[in-house]
Design a protein. Structure first.
Length: 589
């Protein structure tokens, strides 16, 4: 026996006076390092269920599940991450890539159980007390996400008011590639798009330098993408995951980039047109809804004829959107492609005058109504019938058709929507000083915030909480407008604050022209009275089912005269949905 082996056990006596490294868990707890990475914590309310954490995890330790109390909604998938702590290596990559900053790691790491399922934890639901023990959160100094948008070039405001040249220049190839690479491919945007376009797919194709593939993804369910790439209300961008901590992906501008690369879409798309099926469809109105329905019906072999009252197709996108936002050649390219694949459009044909609605129904197996809202609301104040008191819709339509409208040196626009902003910016281009009167606050204006800022940059003055009371005339012409200031009071029904006129706070503003822009409605005068009742028109809109079918089985409808969103992409979505309905109605055995 060696002496070393005999004495070695006694060497342990040196530890008798030292503090032990182990603790009697769970009765005792040991303080962890300040940046120790233990179990995850997720702020359930901040999380949008985008799944980026699950996608980026190299160990496949995260999956997305449905949990009680969380429902899917616009901008939120309704799912939340669940972590398999048997797979997790606590690298923190999921935390760094979380676009909302909801996910973090804690210094909590002790868990004992004989049940392996207990190591599958839903952060933020299981052990909510971990919120008090955050140790590793997204590092603001070191970001793996690119939160800054590639800026879009525009013409200088002082120069652009001198003409109707397009304001937005558009992305160059390198700029589009850089912006596209910011996308994390979560798909949250698709839930907000009324047409559910293949947004991550076409952005991914742009990032991969495959613009032709991007165009094919885009045209799969949107036949007017260049228009959407210029004037879409981009509901997709309002829910973009990157937008929670930075600037949302420029989805609209990327769509514009892809569509502008190809002067002739047909050469790239080379669409397959089904053989004629013997069924005919008549469409009233060549707006986004009618054109979308006509395009996809033609591809399916239907004989499609669209009846349009104006000399050009496009509906409000042609008649109401100024050319500095949506140039005519861009619209002509898209319409020309539709006509090339077989969509027939009868221009200058007003239904109810040049042809009756009954004739269209008789000559077709199904009919689609997509007439939009072209009839303006009256202001309802005295002096509205004076010369030079005009409606914005008629003003914009006349200008777009190449006509002339007198605006004088000073114009006052009444309203706060996109039509009001468009009218104001057009009046500026015609040389007038322009003031917008809006009865609510600027933040309440329904117009696109980008358009509001652009109008102000161009010198348009906005007077919020100004209520027009009377148009004052002289020699039968507009001389001035009398308006009162309002205070905002709470809405008893819980809606946005309401304007209340302040007694005695009235003003008179001299002006040469008044332009009314407080809303529009549809013109159903082309329908016989018995059909109006049979169609079920409620609050100015035709009642339809999920396939845009009305109470008359062979009549379908979509666009502004059906939905309350009143934008082009929603009208396109209605047209696409109606194609399914018409196909089922005419072809289903």
């Amino acid at each position: 026996m060696s002496i070393k082996g005999t004495l070695l056990p006694f060497s342990a006596l040196k530890f008798l006076g030292k503090k032990p490294h182990t603790v009697r868990y769970p009765y005792q707890k040991k303080k962890t390092a300040e940046r120790y990475r233990g179990f995850h914590y997720n702020d359930i309310e901040e999380c949008i269920g985008c799944g980026t954490c699950a996608t980026i995890c190299q160990n496949e330790a995260i999956d997305m599940i449905q949990i009680e109390g969380i429902e899917a909604k616009k901008g939120d998938s309704g799912l939340r991450p669940r972590v398999d702590n048997g797979r997790c290596c606590w690298c923190g990559l999921c935390v760094e890539m979380c676009p909302t900053g909801s996910l973090s790691l804690t210094d909590q790491y002790l868990h004992t159980s004989s049940d392996p399922e207990s190591y599958l934890l839903v952060p933020g639901v299981d052990h909510p007390e971990f919120a008090e023990h955050l140790s590793f959160v997204k590092d603001d100094e070191v970001r793996l996400l690119d939160l800054a948008r590639v800026p879009m070039k525009e013409l200088d405001p002082q120069e652009r008011v001198k003409s109707f040249a397009e304001v937005v220049v558009g992305y160059m190839q390198e700029e589009a590639r850089r912006e596209a690479t910011r996308c994390i491919d979560c798909g949250i945007c698709v839930t907000a798009c009324p047409d559910h376009m293949h947004i991550p797919e076409y952005i991914g194709a742009i990032a991969d330098a495959d613009d032709e593939l991007a165009l094919k993804y885009i045209y799969d369910n949107n036949p007017m993408p260049e228009m959407c790439g210029k004037v879409c209300t981009r509901q997709c961008e309002t829910v973009c995951a990157i937008g929670h901590l930075g600037e949302p992906i420029a989805i609209r501008w990327l769509k514009r980039y892809a569509t502008e690369q190809f002067p002739d879409p047909a050469a790239v798309l080379n669409p397959t047109i089904a053989p004629a099926n013997g069924k005919k469809v008549g469409i009233v109105g060549a707006g986004p809804a009618g054109l979308s329905a006509g395009y996809y019906l033609a591809l399916r072999g239907f004989d499609v004829t669209i009846y349009e009252a104006l000399p050009k197709a496009g509906g409000m996108t042609f008649a109401g959107i100024p050319k500095y936002r949506f140039p005519m050649d861009s619209l002509d390219k898209q319409i020309g492609y539709m006509e090339k694949i077989g969509v027939k459009i009868k221009y200058n044909t007003r239904v109810g005058k040049d042809i009756t609605f009954q004739e269209i129904r008789k000559n077709n197996d199904a009919t689609f109504i997509g007439i939009g809202f072209h009839v303006p609301y009256k202001l309802g104040i005295s002096g509205e019938d004076l010369q030079n008191s005009i409606q914005a819709i008629e003003f914009l339509r006349t200008i777009n058709l190449g006509g002339n409208v007198y605006v004088g040196k000073k114009a006052v626009v009444i309203g706060g929507g996109n039509v009001a902003i468009d009218a104001a910016r057009v009046a500026r281009r015609l040389g007038a000083e322009v003031t917008i009167l809006y009865r609510r606050r600027v933040q309440d204006m329904p117009a696109d915030w980008e358009e509001i800022e652009a109008a102000e940059d161009e010198g348009v003055e906005i007077i919020p909480q100004g209520i027009p009371l009377e148009i004052i005339g002289e020699d039968g012409k507009v001389k001035a407008v009398k308006y009162g200031m309002a205070e905002m009071v709470p809405d008893p029904r819980g809606g946005r604050p309401r304007p209340k006129l302040i007694e005695g706070n009235e003003h008179i503003m001299e002006t040469d022209t008044i332009i009314g822009a407080i809303g529009q409605e549809a013109d159903y005068s082309f329908l016989p009275e018995d059909l109006k009742e049979e169609l079920k028109i409620e609050r100015g809109r035709v009642v339809v089912n999920e396939f845009k079918q009305t109470s008359i089985p062979d009549v379908f409808a979509g666009g502004d005269n059906v939905n309350r969103t009143m934008d082009a992409i929603s009208a396109i979505a209605d047209g696409v949905k109606a194609v399914e309905g018409i196909t089922h109605y005419l072809m289903d055995e």
